[in-house]
Every structure is written in structure tokens, then in C-alpha cells.
Design a protein around this ligand. Structure first.
Ligand code: AKB
Length: 320
């Protein structure tokens, strides 16, 4: 349950997930109780105007300590990360940001006696030897991107901080996230956001994955709901302390194009796979999320067509 005395820090608040999650948390807890933090000031007016903002680089622990003199945080959402495609361009930096950033936040949370920490993992923890259909919660994990390796290691460290130090860290393995409010940055699943923008702007889309590449995906309202649900259940219900599998839908570029064509019959798609194809081919196609369903009642609301209807409705409104 939300408490008036809660003060929440969202690191990576200007990102695709962070910008929506921060606004939702401010609705729940009140604007003044949710501190948005990122390496740059928010471009989104609603994010800038609805509550406090602080510049925080997770690689500079002093930035976090400086905040401790002004706020007593009870919860931290640490969302800052370099995603799969960008990570491959600068693997050492991606490793440093994703790992050292996580350590800095976990240690800060321990020092400050923060009650709960949220940290996102990803389907990228899986790799070519993982069963690709209905990928189990516990299975072979041999990620072959630096992003996936950092998320897998991060999961182990979250579990370690919980077991060794009693830090209440909670985590979800997100599939590709799709929303209309902010653009993703540097992921392999980004096409599934861009395609809606291009459908409206140009009526055509050149996809960087091949037509039959099936990947697990989720509409942002479901991702936000899952995150907040997980963070609000009593600690004893959170049985998985590495990260929970989470699923909503799986589709191919061809299937999302067909879904858009229900609204725009002339919309066309072409395929020109690039380096991201190899990453996509190493990831699961469908995910078994029974643990999340059983432990804390996870249920997605949106499927491909209901997501498409909502995305196009909102993007048309924003464009007009
Ligand atoms: C990416 O494509 O890198 C991310 C993810 C699946 O974690 N969207």
C-alpha cells in the first residue's frame, strides 16, 4: 500500500519506461514524494512540472550521497541501462554502466536503509541454448550480448543482496516494451514502437528484423501495472529474488504490420535485417510466466490488436 511517508527515487526517469512509471508513481504517492533523476533534464513537460528532478549519473556515487542529505528515500527504482543493440557498439562501457550502476544503487540502498529497490531485467538474459518456446523461469541461460550478460549477472547480484544483506530487491524480465509516450533507445525490439510512428508518418516501414522473427512483447500500461503490482505485494509473496519471467504477447514484424493494416489497409512493410537480427535470433519466442501469475497474481490486459488500436488512437491524437 502507498504511504504518505514514502519518498521514491526513480533513476533513469527520462527513459522509455521511466518517464511513464514516474508519472504513475506521482499519481499514487503525490508529485513531491517521487524524485525523478537522470543524466539530463526531462524534455517532457509533464515530467518536468509534476515533481522534483535531480541530475544523477549512477557511475558517480557522490551524486547519490548528495541526495541523501536532502531526501530520506524509502524506495528506489533503478532503470538506467544501456540496451542490447547500443551495448554491442561499446561493450566495455555497457558493462560498466549496467554493473557498476547497479552496485552503486544497491550499496546506496543498504547504507540509507531503503526499504525496497526495483531493478529491471530482460528476456536478453536468455541465449541460443535456452528453450525458445515457453521459456521456463529456471532454465539454461547463455546470453551472448553484453546487455544480456550484464542483466544475468545483475539478477544474481540482486538475489545475493537479498539473501546476504536482506535488501528487498524486486525484478522483472521485461519483454520488448511498446508505448506511445516516449521512444525506446538502442534495443532490438525498438522496431515495434517505430513501426507505429512510421505507419502514420509515411504509410510504410523498413524493418531491421526479418518478417518471421517472433519475439515476446508487452504494451506499456501492462508493464507499468506489473511493476507496481510486484512492488506493492507483501515481501513474503516475492518468491523469486533474481527476476520474474513476464509475458503478454508474442508477434512477428509481419503480424504487427497486419494488425496495423486493419486500420490502414495501404500500409506496407519491407525487411532489411541488420546486426540486430542475430540478437533477436538468440532470444526466446514465447515466455512461461506462471511463477509471476501464481506468486503475485500477474495477468496482462493487452494483446496485439488491442495494443495497436490504442497506440494508433493516441499517436493520432498527439500528431494532430
Ligand atoms: C532490447 O531490445 O534490448 C530491450 C529488451 C528486450 O530488454 N527492449
Amino acid at each position: 500500500m502507498t504511504q504518505a511517508k514514502d519518498t521514491i527515487l526513480v533513476i533513469g526517469a527520462c527513459g522509455q519506461l521511466g518517464s511513464e512509471l514516474t508519472l504513475e508513481l506521482r499519481e499514487m504517492y503525490g508529485g513531491a514524494h517521487v524524485v525523478a533523476a537522470d543524466i539530463q533534464y526531462p524534455k517532457q513537460a509533464d515530467l518536468r512540472e509534476s515533481g522534483p528532478f535531480e541530475i544523477v549519473d549512477v557511475l558517480t556515487p557522490q551524486h547519490l550521497s548528495d541526495l541523501a542529505s536532502r531526501y530520506q528515500f524509502t524506495q528506489i527504482y533503478h532503470l538506467a541501462a544501456i540496451l542490447s543493440a547500443t551495448g554491442e557498439k561499446n561493450p566495455k562501457f555497457a558493462w560498466r554502466l549496467n554493473m557498476d550502476g547497479l552496485f552503486n544503487v544497491l550499496d546506496f540502498a543498504l547504507e540509507q536503509k531503503v526499504q525496497k529497490v526495483y531493478w529491471p531485467s530482460s528476456i536478453a538474459v536468455f541465449g541460443p541454448s535456452t528453450p525458445r518456446q515457453n521459456t521456463p523461469q529456471d532454465t539454461i541461460m547463455d546470453p551472448n550480448t553484453v546487455y544480456g550478460i550484464s542483466k544475468q549477472a545483475g539478477e544474481r547480484w540482486c538475489d545475493y543482496y537479498f539473501n546476504k544483506y536482506g535488501l528487498d530487491v524486486r525484478s522483472l524480465r521485461y519483454p520488448g516494451l511498446i508505448g506511445y509516450k516516449a521512444l525506446p533507445g538502442g534495443g532490438t525490439t525498438d522496431y515495434a514502437v517505430d513501426i507505429y510512428h512510421q505507419a502514420l508518418a509515411k504509410g510504410t516501414y523498413k524493418c531491421f528484423l526479418s518478417e518471421h522473427t517472433r519475439l515476446p512483447m508487452m504494451y506499456m500500461p501492462d508493464a507499468i501495472k506489473a511493476t507496481l503490482d510486484l512492488m506493492h505485494v507483501p515481501a513474503e509473496k516475492v518468491k523469486v529474488r533474481s527476476s520474474y519471467n513476464l509475458a503478454a504477447m508474442s508477434f512477428t514484424p509481419q503480424e504487427i504490420a497486419t494488425s496495423i493494416q486493419r486500420h490502414y489497409p495501404d500500409f506496407s512493410i519491407t525487411y532489411e535485417p541488420d546486426a540486430r537480427q542475430q540478437i533477436a535470433d538468440s532470444w526466446p519466442q514465447t515466455i512461461d510466466d506462471r511463477a509471476a501469475r501464481q506468486d503475485w497474481g500477474w495477468r496482462p490486459k493487452y494483446d496485439l490488436d488491442t495494443m495497436t488500436d490504442d497506440m494508433l488512437l493516441h499517436l493520432k491524437r498527439i500528431n494532430n
